[in-house]
Write a protein that binds this ligand. Structure first.
Ligand code: ZN
Length: 165
């Protein structure tokens, strides 16, 4: 079995002090000792390194690690949110077959069906019907037509850029 390279145990040395705040586990009669007196010291082994820590500094270390973990979690969440948001809002608008062109009310476009016939249409809008149909004005026949979202996927849609008059 391989030796554990990361351990935390109670410090068993009679004379030791915290590596961070110098809190010591012994009474000093010399008055030359710095740092408070600690009830207990811990030994944190990381690889070949051994750190002696008091309760307080161990807590601080834990807090530091937790904050690091939280910050990493926050960053990950932000990334996920940024990835999700554009696709969610794009779904709310009617899309052309390529998923790029968004047709707004008033947009004029040509649609070529599978037979290669092309008609000009003007987007009237999504009707509030329980079928979720979209109203279009066929500019070639000057008649209203109601289509399903699927209609756009079955045709080649090309938006007509209106020229300024
Ligand atoms: Zn300490």
């Amino acid at each position: 079995m391989q030796e554990e390279r990361l351990t935390l145990g109670v410090c068993v040395h009679d004379i030791a002090s915290c590596n961070i705040c110098y809190a010591r586990n012994y009474d000093s009669s010399h008055g030359d000792a710095i740092g408070d007196c600690a009830d207990k010291l811990y030994e944190l082994k990381i690889g070949s390194m051994v750190l002696t820590l008091c309760d307080k500094c161990l807590d601080r270390l834990r807090e530091t690690l937790t904050q690091r973990q939280l910050a990493a979690g926050e960053a990950r969440l932000k990334q996920l949110r940024e990835k999700l948001e554009p696709s969610v809002s794009a779904k709310e608008k009617p899309e052309a077959s390529d998923g790029q062109t968004v047709l707004f009310t008033g947009t004029e476009f040509t649609a070529m069906n599978k037979l290669g016939k092309t008609y000009r249409y003007r987007m009237i809008g999504a009707e509030v019907t329980r079928d979720g149909l979209i109203c279009l004005l066929n500019l070639d026949t000057n008649s209203l037509t109601y289509v399903e979202p699927e209609w756009f996927r079955q045709r080649k849609i090309k938006v007509i850029q209106k020229e300024q008059e």
